[in-house]
Design a protein around this ligand. Structure first.
Ligand code: ZN
Length: 200
């Protein structure tokens, strides 16, 4: 019977195919490309992966990826300015950091509330978030959750839990992206942008 590589190669393809954004077809292409470049790329990649697996962990405070108990943002006293930005994932935290516009600290939920998938407030560590807000003298909570039904449901839940307290709760504006053209936007984005209009 015809075979595509050894058992190990097959196992490698199966592992790569489980990664986000990749399926069996792209996994085969990735693995073949790596094997072709085994001397120049594959060995270094394997060593790097082993090292990152060994050294990376979750920041005990915010959930960011860290190499120590605290991530560099939590370890930086300059970031303790009273602003706490709540995001769904580490990828979202990194996206916010790429924007270089936010000077405060973060809290990574690791998902969104979902009745369907039985994800409740405890699963997302929302009680821990509320504790942090009280302990760290937070003055403003910025809910930078995705503009999806689940993201907005989660934002509403957190906003309600903080209602009546002394902390200001804000959300990111939804609207026209930088460089965006109106004609290409969906109706929901245009109406959200109109509602969030500001004086120039
Ligand atoms: Zn952290």
């Amino acid at each position: 019977m015809a075979r595509e590589g050894s058992d190990d190669i097959q196992a490698l393809i199966a592992q790569v195919a489980r990664l986000p954004g990749l399926g069996p077809r792209s996994a085969r292409r990735v693995v073949l490309a790596l094997i072709r470049r085994r001397a120049t790329q594959m060995t270094q990649l394997a060593a790097l992966m082993a090292r990152v697996a060994e050294t990376s962990r979750e920041c005990v405070r915010c959930g960011n990826i860290a190499e120590a108990e605290l991530c560099p943002i939590c370890a930086d006293p300059g970031r303790a300015n009273g602003e706490l930005c709540v995001v769904e994932s580490v990828a979202d935290l990194w996206a916010m950091e790429r924007g270089r516009a936010f000077p405060g600290r973060y809290h990574v939920l690791g998902g969104t509330l979902s009745a369907l998938d039985e994800v409740g407030p405890d699963d997302l560590g929302i009680p821990r978030l509320l504790d942090r807000i009280a302990e760290e003298n937070v003055t403003e909570v910025i809910l930078a959750l995705n503009a999806t039904v689940e993201g907005q449901t989660t934002a509403h839940y957190i906003a309600e839990a903080l209602e009546g307290g002394s902390v200001a709760v804000t959300g990111l504006a939804h609207g026209v992206p930088i460089g965006g053209e109106l004609d290409f936007l969906d109706d929901g984005t245009i109406s959200a942008a109109l509602r969030a209009r500001r004086r120039l």
